[in-house]
Design a protein around this ligand. Structure first.
Ligand SMILES: [Zn+2]
Length: 341
């Protein structure tokens, strides 16, 4: 039976064809705010994978991976369909702001699924959740450290309590990450913040994972490669690309997290780096006053792996310095059968 064309508004793509365009979500006084969309409609049937980058406009490696994959994918060799949005949050992309939209002050990854009568950030989320994600069986939201964050790569999935979906989402997260993954669940130390895109998508039955790699507004080719490898590995697993997925050995699973804060104000002098494992009581650095006298020694409250270092060099009382995972070796990974959807 011939495959149907894929249609999103006036973007219509026949099987075996790639097409791109913009979806208008609203407007500012300066003109329309649009979502850039690339539709790669495979010649053969298969899953529909939505890839989103630029939920936060200055997290460049993930959006670059989505853009690169959408450019390189050949619909003739693809089973299924990729709906790629290189940059979800174009106002942030244009303004180069971190975390929050320059237009309405909202965090796009806290307002999902959005509102049709909301402001621009809510309208972006609403367009994603009402017109794009309902077409998808699988979804990857590509993030990284924002302008002020050094980040150690990881992936995450929000457990829903639906066994087949959770098995699929967990497998995708493990195939995406180079080393650490986390499974978020209500009522555990890894409770997920409400309104995140991946958790709201998973609630709607979509196997939706978070892929995090990249740091501090940078665009390191190795970070782009980490995202691209993760996406391709998931695509092999769900049968969109040929070949078996690579099973990564010796993974860690995040079991909890904690932060280290400064109590004193001054110049921060850290003596540890991103991805390092720290031991309880270990000295992490010092805070110096403006004359260079040490006023505080920072120590690890527990054993953990440093997942975020905030890049600020001067701190005030209560400022975040580090965020760490507590981890365990992940159980052996047996690839589940692809769950029919
Ligand atoms: Zn982000």
């Amino acid at each position: 039976m011939p495959r149907d064309a894929l249609r999103i508004r006036d973007l219509v793509v026949e099987p075996g064809v790639k097409r791109r365009g913009f979806l208008t979500v609203g407007e500012t006084g300066a003109g329309p705010v649009e979502l850039p969309v690339v539709l790669v409609h495979g010649a053969r049937p298969g899953p529909t994978l939505c890839l989103t980058g630029g939920t936060h406009g200055t997290e460049y490696p993930g959006q670059t991976a989505v853009r690169t994959l959408a450019r390189e994918l050949d619909p003739a060799g693809l089973a299924g369909t990729v709906i790629a949005i290189p940059v979800l949050n174009m106002p942030m992309f244009a303004a180069r702001t971190a975390f929050l939209s320059p237009i309405d002050g909202l965090n796009l990854n806290r307002v999902a699924p959005g509102r049709p009568d909301g402001t621009l950030t809510e309208l972006i989320a609403h367009t994603l959740f009402s017109e794009i994600l309902p077409l998808a069986t699988h979804h990857i939201d590509c993030h990284g450290g924002d302008l002020t964050e050094l980040l150690w790569p990881y992936s995450a999935y929000r457990l829903t309590g639906k066994p087949e979906l959770d098995e699929l989402g967990t497998a995708m997260a493990r195939l995406y990450t180079p080393g650490i993954f986390a499974l978020f669940r209500e009522g555990t130390p890894l409770t997920l913040t409400s309104g995140t895109i991946t958790s709201e998508a998973a609630k709607r039955g979509i196997a939706s994972i978070l892929g995090e790699c990249g740091s501090a507004g940078g665009l390191d080719p190795g970070d782009v490669r980490t995202h691209l490898d993760g996406i391709a590995n998931v695509m092999r697993f769900i049968g969109m690309l040929p070949g078996p997925p690579v099973i990564r050995e010796r993974q860690l699973v995040g079991t909890g997290q904690f932060v280290v804060q400064a109590r004193r104000g001054g110049l921060l002098r850290l003596s540890v780096g991103i991805g390092e494992t720290i031991e309880e009581g270990q000295e992490l650095g010092e805070v110096w006053d403006v004359f260079g006298d040490p006023v505080e020694t920072l120590r690890a409250p527990a054993r953990g792996l440093i997942r975020i270092i905030w890049t600020h060099k001067v701190v005030s009382s209560g400022d975040l310095v580090l965020k760490c995972w507590t981890t365990e070796p992940a159980p052996p990974f047996a690839l589940p059968n692809q769950v029919p959807r």
